[in-house]
Design a protein around this ligand. Structure first.
Ligand SMILES: Cc1ncc(COP(=O)(O)O)c(C=O)c1O
Length: 431
């Protein structure tokens, strides 16, 4: 039996898997069929067509126990991707060492190429990692720097990256230069200027987060990277929240280093990330896990991990296929439509404070909201206990306090509207 047939045939096993398989069959290729029957539908109509998004949501399996508005943590995989992962798990366990020794690298290389393709870069510049944390740790720890060299970063960068930067500082005597990013900037240039003002002759790297996980703010990464190049400095971009969420490809950012999680907006199996290193920069990087056998300019030296759950990588292929069916342009527009739908109703409200910029280009699906005089943990609890809506408290001491609200690809408009009612209720009853 051919390996690919095996993946198909072994998909039906335990009762849970059978139920899943039936759901997958029911969903079938309905989304492709739906879209191709409506190929003349305008982008504006696609964004708002609940019929279309119902078709999309048939490919997911969200619980109806509660309303999930915390897709910022991760996005569940589609039923097809899940089934692919389960089938591949069976296949790997059946074919065992022979698969690992003789067949695995063919699958990994095929998926690396598919991933590189949606990212708009060469497969020779892409590693499949476990998440953004790993990708950016490879970059931060992999660059040679001397005591006194400097890295510029911001007050809102993600905690794990701050840990990696601080460890590098205390281990090698690197100096960290923090830049404070305004919540509601007047222009891109205001942000670029803050980065530029932190640059000195010792600056070796600009570290930045494309979309902040706490506020949802998108910063002008391309302009910062261009500015860095004028000073001869490269940039590392934490794109955990923008890859397969905003409509761009890596070269559009003009960065040398880029890391993202695939289990957020690409809906891959949990535990996958992407690392991009521009070809001319690979040679000088040290792998996180020892590897001197690979050629120094081979990106695979950075992926050295040992035995790993390759079934996730096999299933990544299906997640990429599904992403292509929706398309980046529509995905970004729909997600922003959902978040703007609730946020725009509360701009200027006397008690509700939005900790996310209003301009469409400065945000995507993530929004952060607080209520004056109300503890944000209590607010998140109120949404959960009174309205059965799951969100998460996300605050930065001395900067803002709020609850992060993140609709996802399977979110129907009615869930967003339920949140509007919940927030209005909170503004009336709490504090
Ligand atoms: C901006 C940002 N960077 C990095 C991460 C870490 O992602 P992961 O846990 O997948 O490594 C997150 C997670 O939410 C994030 O929001």
């Amino acid at each position: 039996m051919k390996r690919r047939d095996f993946i198909k045939q072994t998909a039906i096993g335990a009762a849970g898997v059978l139920a899943l398989t039936n759901q997958v069959r029911a969903a079938g290729n309905s989304l492709e069929a739906y879209l191709s029957e409506r190929s003349d539908m305008s982008l504006a109509d696609r964004i708002t067509s609940e019929g279309l998004w119902r078709e999309v949501s048939k490919h997911f399996n969200p619980t109806d126990d509660f309303i999930n508005l915390e897709y910022g943590y991760f996005s569940p995989a589609t039923l097809e991707t899940l089934e692919q992962e389960i089938s591949a798990t069976r296949m790997v366990n059946a074919r065992a060492a022979q698969y690992f020794r003789q067949e695995m690298s063919g699958d990994v290389e095929r998926v690396r190429t598919e991933l590189a393709d949606i990212a708009g870069v060469s497969a020779e510049e892409v590693c499949i990692t476990r998440n953004t944390t790993e990708s950016l740790n490879i970059v931060i720890n992999g660059l040679d720097m001397a005591p006194g060299d400097e890295i510029v970063y911001t007050n809102q960068d993600y905690g794990s990256m701050l840990e990696a930067l601080r460890m590098k500082a205390s281990r090698y005597g690197i100096v960290l230069k923090q830049v404070d990013i305004p919540m509601h900037p007047n222009s891109d240039e205001e942000i670029v200027k803050r980065y530029e003002e932190a640059i000195t002759p010792r600056t070796k790297l600009l570290h930045m987060t494309h979309m902040y996980n706490l506020s949802g703010q998108v910063i002008p990464v391309r302009k910062i990277c261009d500015m860095g190049h004028r000073h001869g400095i490269e940039s590392a971009v934490d794109a955990a929240h923008t890859f397969a969420h905003l409509d761009y490809q890596i070269p559009d950012l003009n960065c040398a280093y880029f890391g993202a999680s695939l289990h957020k907006w690409l809906c891959s199996p949990v535990g996958l990330g992407i690392l991009y290193v521009r070809k001319d920069k690979i040679n000088d990087m040290w792998p996180l896990l020892g590897d001197v056998a690979s050629d120094k300019d081979d990106i695979r030296k950075l992926e050295h991990l040992g035995t790993r759950p390759v079934q996730q990588i096999i299933a990544l292929s299906e997640a990429i296929r599904f992403h292509r069916v929706i398309g980046s342009e529509l995905k970004e527009a729909r997600l922003r439509y959902l978040s703007s739908r609730w946020m725009d109703q509360f701009r200027g409200h006397d008690r509700v404070v939005l900790n996310t910029p209003a301009e469409p280009a400065r945000h995507g699906a993530l929004g952060n909201v607080g209520i004056r005089g109300v503890d944000s943990k209590e607010l998140a609890r109120f949404f959960h206990e009174r309205h059965n809506i799951f969100t998460t408290e996300k605050s930065i001491p001395d900067l803002f306090t709020g609850v992060r609200v993140t609709p996802g690809i399977p979110t129907p408009v009615k869930h967003v509207d339920r949140f509007v009612e919940a927030l209005s209720d909170a503004a009336e009853k709490l504090g």
